[in-house]
Ligand binder design. Structure first.
Ligand code: C5P
Ligand code: C5P
Ligand code: C5P
Ligand code: ZN
Length: 470
């Protein structure tokens, strides 16, 4: 699909960003921003909110799990003069065109095939750029913001945090248009990008916890085993404590880090961890230079987890304030939420481990019912891909209760399956619409909402669709 001047690739995309931003230039009414409740949605909202503030444009920011019928009806009732959708909206242009508001969509999810003339639509897919791994919602919104005013390049750290929150570095480093953002961030001394261990928690956690909670890759005999983890590290003669305090990864010397990494790689390779997983132990990491070292804010991966701990639990304004620079109340509250969030994720993974999975010919699935929130079942589905009990040659479909009438579906796959032709976004869109639900997303990660009682029918339809794709 071609819009604007017909230019494809980044040039076409950026021209469209300018066209969209021109409509904000000099606007003196009020803007309603609607964004998504995950880390990418929060950082997208942070970017657009800062941008509008700098232009002196008044605005409100709302967060939603998904743009369902009720939310669109609400918006129709409120009838704002101008709406900006960030990190959502692209798969609903046929419904959003009915609104009487002026609309910008700044999103990276797979768009519908028709073009709507009354919507200013910025989406990398429209220019041949893959929104699943080459640019996030925050990245897309960063270019919208930069097109409006070059000084907004200082928001590159939020853009990169959004991309990391959406796991766009799952091949070991960010790619595609994301790299342009890194370059801008490096040039402005906002982002440092370097090769390092990719395990979670390098800024804030004791070193042994990085290994104990290793999930990508899952390290057999180490993950989940504190005693073995500490033994593993002790054998390297590395002191784990400095006085009473546990040392963190950032406290280790270069020499110590090298020793641990090389022993870890060796251990994985001799314990049958597949090569492509072992390779993910080391890769690019993204340091946010404006933030205090040793805090969750300093590392894009920890920052994105901190953000996920807010809006996914109904505390979206806390997450937004963090993105806008609040390092007092909002930060304190987010850190509290983070503790519970981590517990919930670990409990969720334990549930998957204990329940096991059901297999059909072309997918595997598990149902966490009301035992986890519908807003984090997607993260658990993603982390579960690395469990021993999961077949890496089949996509994972996870269910959780959404409300009295609906079930939330989350699905995740591996890059290998995408190469074979799998597109979960399209598959879930189709299967859910056939059972009166709605869904969509990316080739590698997608979600849906379906009516209660339709689970069996849905999973069988989905199995057939995926069978066709592969
Ligand atoms: O145990 P918990 O993960 O809740 O601890 C919070 C953080 O406090 C740890 O991740 C660690 O970085 C720090 N800590 C420390 N030394 C201790 C105890 C905790 O540095 N003795
Ligand atoms: O304080 P505690 O040791 O329980 O925290 C460990 C937490 O680190 C896990 O519960 C998990 O949420 C978090 N973690 C994560 N992503 C990983 C590994 C660990 O969020 N890949
Ligand atoms: O909810 P979950 O994390 O599983 O979603 C995976 C991806 O699918 C996300 O990018 C999300 O925005 C998208 N999604 C969607 N429509 C839905 C549910 C999820 O586009 N109804
Ligand atoms: Zn996103």
């Amino acid at each position: 699909m071609v819009i604007g001047s017909g230019l494809m690739g980044f040039n076409g995309f950026y021209e469209q960003a300018k066209k969209c931003s021109n409509n904000l230039n000099g606007f003196n009414g009020k803007v309603q921003v609607v964004s998504h409740i995950d880390a990418d949605g929060l950082t997208s909202a942070g970017i657009i909110s800062k941008t509008l503030k700098r232009e002196g444009i008044t605005h409100d920011v709302d967060f939603v799990k998904s743009l369902d019928k009720e939310k669109i009806e609400d918006l129709a009732d409120q009838n704002p003069e101008f709406i900006i959708f960030t990190d959502l909206g692209s798969n609903l242009t046929n419904k959003l065109k009915e609104l009487n508001s002026k609309i910008i969509i700044s999103d990276h999810h797979e768009p519908l095939n028709e073009k709507e003339n009354n919507i200013l639509h910025l989406n990398p897919h429209l220019f041949g750029i893959n929104g699943a791994n080459e640019l996030s919602g925050a990245g897309t919104t960063f270019f919208l913001s930069k097109a409006l005013n070059k000084n907004n390049t200082d928001l590159a750290d939020l853009a990169i945090t959004g991309s990391i929150g959406d796991l766009q570095d799952s091949k070991g480093r960010l790619e595609g248009i994301n790299r342009k953002i890194i370059k801008i961030g490096e040039k402005n001394n906002i982002i440092e990008c370097k090769k390092d261990l990719r395990l979670f928690g390098k800024q804030t956690r004791p070193v042994y916890k990085l290994l104990e909670h290793a999930n990508d890759p899952y390290i057999p005999g180490i993950t989940g085993n504190k005693k073995e983890t500490i033994k593993f590290l002790n054998e390297l003669d590395i002191s784990l404590k400095n006085g009473e305090r546990w040392r963190r990864w950032i406290n280790l010397t270069q020499e110590e880090k090298k020793k641990i990494i090389s022993k870890l790689i060796h251990y994985c390779l001799s314990n049958n961890v597949p090569n492509e997983e072992t390779e993910r132990l080391v890769g690019e990491v993204y340091i946010l230079l404006k933030e205090e070292p040793g805090t969750e804010l300093r590392d894009a991966s920890e920052f994105s987890t901190l953000l996920n701990a807010t809006a996914r639990y109904g505390h979206s304004q806390t997450g937004l304030k963090l993105c806008l620079g609040d390092r007092n109340e909002a930060y304190k509250k987010a850190k509290k939420l983070l503790k519970q969030h981590r517990r919930n994720l670990m409990n969720g993974l334990d549930l998957v481990r204990n329940k096991g999975v059901n297999k059909l010919s072309d997918l595997q699935y598990f149902d966490l019912k009301n035992e986890v929130r519908d807003t984090i079942v997607g993260i658990i589905a993603g982390m579960s891909v690395n469990l021993d009990s999961i077949d890496r040659d089949l996509p994972v479909i996870a269910f959780a209760e959404k409300d009295e009438d609906n079930i939330k579906v989350s699905s995740r796959a591996t890059q290998k399956l995408i190469f074979k032709g799998l597109d979960l976004g399209k598959a879930l869109q189709k299967a859910s619409s056939e059972v009166n639900g709605e869904g969509g997303g990316h080739d590698i990660a997608a979600g849906a909402t379906i009516p209660k009682g339709k689970k069996e029918e849905f999973i069988n339809k989905l199995n057939k669709i995926i069978n066709h794709q592969l």
